[in-house]
Design a protein around this ligand. Structure first.
Ligand code: FES
Length: 143
């Protein structure tokens, strides 16, 4: 490849990443959200997360052993939590997230932290699970 061709193709690739939307998406997805790995108590279908996991972040990703998709636990207030399954309601693909929302890289759907679909093709909300705080422990029930 000639030098001029190399520069032209390199600049085209850089220009694609310089688009504001793509740059913002890449930067947002780099934000660190803590991840916790847990094992499910299969008799009661529950697992727990210590409240201390939310000291530095209002969001915690949970990977449950033998569960197909990660979960996102959101600290909504000092006493209120919400758990969403990170599975797209359009065609069951895994979701990723930023500090602003949850999105699907398969076809571009976007969800808020309540699990509502903000952008199609997904139109249904994300699946959520019962989540409560008891004695400084967050209890999530997967029933
Ligand atoms: S699978 Fe997520 S938008 Fe299609």
């Amino acid at each position: 490849m000639k030098r001029s061709q190399f520069i032209k193709s390199s600049c085209t690739a850089c220009a694609m990443f310089a688009l504001p939307g793509i740059t913002a998406l890449l930067m947002e997805s780099c934000a660190s959200v803590p991840m916790v790995k847990v094992k499910l108590d299969t008799t009661v279908k529950e697992f727990t997360i210590p409240i201390a996991k939310f000291e530095k972040s209002k969001l915690v990703i949970v990977r449950v052993k033998n569960f197909a998709f990660d979960l996102l636990i959101i600290k909504k207030s000092e006493t209120e939590f919400k758990t969403l399954e990170l599975k797209c309601s359009h065609e069951d693909q895994p979701l990723t997230m930023s500090n602003k929302n949850i999105y699907c890289t398969s076809h571009g759907s976007v969800f808020d932290f309540e699990g509502n679909a903000l952008k199609e093709p997904a139109s249904k909300p994300l699946k959520s699970f019962k989540t409560k705080l008891v004695n400084r422990v967050v209890i999530i029930t997967l029933r």
